[in-house]
Design a protein around this ligand. Sequence first.
Ligand code: NAD
Ligand code: UDP
Length: 326
Amino acid sequence: MRVLITGAAGFLGSHLTDRVLADGHHVVGVDSFLTGDARNLAHLAHEPRFELLERDVSAGLACHGPLDAVLHLASPASPVDYYEHPIATLDVGSAGTRHALALAHAHGARFLLASTSEVYGDPHVHPQPESYWGHVSSVGPRSCYDEAKRFAEAMTMAFHRSLGVDTRIARIFNTYGPRMRPRDGRVVSNFIVQALRGEPLTLYGDGAQTRSFCYVSDEVEGLYRLLLRDRAEDSPLPTNIGNPDEFTVRELAELVQALVAPITGARPGVEVRPLPQDDPRQRRPDIARARATLGWAPTVPLREGLARTIAHFAERLGEDASAASR
Ligand code: NAD
Ligand code: UDP
């Protein structure tokens, strides 16, 4: 296969690139580096089956040669990033998705959209099955992301229904692991970086809100299986890809404190900050569809995934510190 991946320099896009290459396929990565990092792809500098195009997908998307699949991951994903780039986020979810779909259509390629659990908003149904329509503010601070992704899903279904494109929609739940940007503002990277630096962990609100954290290798495996699944009547329908183990944010903080203490020799404290507006109170995927159609379920428990992520960040912060002192 020759696969085009938008957002290839990002956290998930770079891991997915590695997964596709590992299976012997070719990858054309596309990224504007809005929130990406060239270091995520540095190990592919001499990989003949990989090429990188520096492009803003919202401005248009073209690719020479055949394409078998287009995977659209480009979008700011952390709340801090999309608060900073609300218009670019709406653009890449709307115009960017349309350009990526048009490219897939022109090449007769399969299309996969990286959607999100945010389409469920602050959910009134728990856990969230794909059939739940969500509870989303169209004007709140998160709306630039949530509504862009809801539009992207609608556009994907329109290309499928009216033009027959073979489409897939993954609703990705909170994913973490190596290659997250140390200061991307998401809770796992924040807590780990703060703990490693001996700073207090910034707990928003009372910490009773819940999330379900999926380790990146599990997430990528689910996305890849969704891409490869044979076309079927139900294959264009959204599929939740996430870990159904639910934790409060306070429990996450305690786990990070416990795992980092033996490394730094001190248990970091906690600093309570206000809960951001419209922060969802609870989130957990119902993954019955992914289990049944993809034979997929996560395998990496939170404690183990956090330990691997902490080791990565410890190494990266050490590299950054020695580069700064040079
Ligand atoms: P990320 O910020 O690490 O990666 C996004 C990448 O997209 C970056 O490399 C960025 O430079 C690129 N990009 C942004 N706008 C672009 C544009 N207009 N043109 C070209 N490139 C552009 O984020 P991530 O965590 O890897 O997320 C990847 C995708 O998965 C996103 O679509 C996100 O919405 C979705 N997702 C991620 C999570 C998660 O927990 N990581 C959860 C739900 C959904
Ligand atoms: N959060 C926190 N401290 C931080 C960053 C986030 O307590 O430093 C909380 C945030 O309010 C939310 C949860 O952790 O309840 C997950 O936040 P994140 O930004 O990772 O992703 P979200 O699921 O909100 O998109």
